[in-house]
Design a protein around this ligand. Structure first.
Ligand SMILES: Cc1ncc(COP(=O)(O)O)c(C=O)c1O
Length: 456
């Protein structure tokens, strides 16, 4: 009989699942056996049956689960999303597009924010970011002034926390938007745990609407997210947005895991998150920490290792750690970012500690430069609006022909995946060349850059 071809993805993930590893990456369930039992593979993967409700219905099992989640989050409404935080961001921006043609965003916004602006023909107004230790930090101090000037802005969409665990001053943002009757939306894809880990930083305390990307930091399956809304009128538009963007076949295991993540976080409470943050502090204060420079951000569930400041090449250390069973979330060439969740156990930190100490005894590769992403804090010149540029006829040009031309797309280096130059801004020679030369850039197609056609 003819043999089935080898399923490449399945083989790769099964191989990883069989290894004894410390998972400092998403999803937040960390592959614990307990969750395998709870989400029980194919048997729980069902469809809408007589008893199982319907994500699009205002009544029934799922509506009841959402009501209970809203009670837990203290919000007007809570929507389960099975298509990632990206889908929730689309729904929030859709609702915003009914209230204004511009949206104030930080340049470090996730690509889903830029895509949503493109879809709804909204213009970004950039909130300044300041560079600190090689990271771009959202600076809300000028928000009041921007809101005064930008009358067409529906409001602001902040990212909190960002991929590194930095949190902008949400209190200031909430004050300014409330005073002007504008929206405060928050991309909290990395912040679902903060309701308990650091309630004073939790998006839901400040925002009109926000997304908790529960799969990133809580025990939920990949793609599970929860969209919280604190305003009844806004909720109508958000619910409409969700009904447009989400699948009509939501995965029951993902929905169940979104609910489970929220309830689990409430159950373990502040104590559960303190336990894991204390384990991280112990590592930093101990022998490994004395040999390495860790950087702390507002979110204690993000552990950042500054490789150049520790005298090390980041890529070589990542390779070594993985060989020794320790998988981090990402490295940007300077930092290695370890994502922690309540499901990380002491053994994970022991593995990391041992590997870090052992690495110092090897002939490790030394840092060659500070390792920052190129063009951090670069401020390109705007030539035309974002909306015009993404909708204009375009050419694909080689970097030598890109200088001074207007980008027709967003380009940058990843991770993290935010643009250095956005549509409507002018390329410099150096940036065009660096983007095409880099292995880890996005926006580049076959070594060419998408630019607005001359004369348009
Ligand atoms: C800051 C931020 N926002 C939004 C998203 C999108 O989340 P998802 O992948 O769940 O759609 C991500 C994904 O990495 C992110 O880092």
């Amino acid at each position: 009989m003819k043999k089935m071809r080898r399923p490449l993805i399945l083989e790769a993930i099964k191989k990883y699942a069989a290894r004894d590893v410390a998972r400092f990456h998403m999803p937040g369930h960390k592959g614990l056996d307990e969750f395998e039992e709870i989400f029980n593979g194919a048997k729980t993967d069902i469809t809408e049956l007589s008893f199982s409700g319907n994500l699009s219905s205002e009544k029934g099992l799922i509506a009841d689960a959402e009501k209970q989640m809203a009670e837990v989050l203290g919000s007007f409404a809570a929507h389960i999303v099975t298509d990632g935080s990206s889908c929730a961001i689309f729904a929030m921006v859709y609702a915003a597009s009914k209230r204004g043609s511009k949206l104030i965003i930080p340049r470090i916004s996730h690509k889903s924010v830029y895509n949503a602006l493109k879809l709804f023909k909204m213009e970004p107004v950039f909130l300044p970011c300041v560079e600190k230790d090689g990271m771009l930090i959202q600076d809300v101090s000028s928000l009041g002034r921007i809101l005064n000037k930008e009358k067409k802005a529906a409001g602001v969409l902040l990212t909190s926390p960002d991929y590194y665990g930095n949190v902008p001053f949400l209190e200031i943002a909430a004050d300014e938007t409330r005073k002007k009757g504008k929206l405060l939306l928050i991309d909290g894809a990395h912040g679902g745990h903060l309701k308990y880990a650091a309630p004073h930083l939790y998006a839901g305390e400040f925002a009109d609407a926000w997304v908790d990307g529960v799969h990133k930091t809580l025990p939920s399956l990949t793609q599970a997210a929860v969209l919280g809304v604190n305003d009844e009128d806004l909720d109508e538009d958000i619910a409409e947005g969700l009904s447009i963007f989400r699948t009509t076949s939501p995965s029951y295991p993902i929905m169940a895991s979104a609910e489970f993540g929220v309830l689990f976080a409430e159950w373990v409470g502040a104590e559960g998150f303190r336990r894991v943050a204390d384990l991280a502090d112990k590592l930093i204060d101990g022998a490994a920490g004395r040999k390495y420079k860790f950087v702390k951000t507002a979110d204690r569930c993000k552990l950042l290792l500054d490789c150049p400041a520790s005298g090390l090449d980041a890529a070589a250390l990542v390779k070594y750690l993985e060989k020794h069973g320790v998988y981090a979330e990402f490295s940007d060439g300077r930092y290695i970012v370890f994502m922690l969740s309540v499901c990380n156990v002491k053994e994970d930190f022991d593995m990391l500690r041992k590997a870090l100490i052992a690495y110092r005894r090897t002939k490790f590769k030394k840092a060659e430069n500070v390792g920052n992403r190129p063009f951090i804090g670069f401020e390109p010149t705007r030539v035309t609006t974002y909306t015009e540029a993404v909708n204009a006829p375009y050419d694909l040009v080689l970097p030598v022909n890109a200088e001074g031309r207007t980008a027709a797309d967003n380009f940058g280096f990843f991770p993290p995946c935010y643009p250095v130059i956005t549509a409507g801004e002018a390329f410099t020679k150096e940036l065009a060349e660096a983007l095409v030369k880099a292995d880890d850039s996005f926006g580049v197609k076959d070594g060419r850059l998408k630019v607005v056609r001359n004369g348009q």
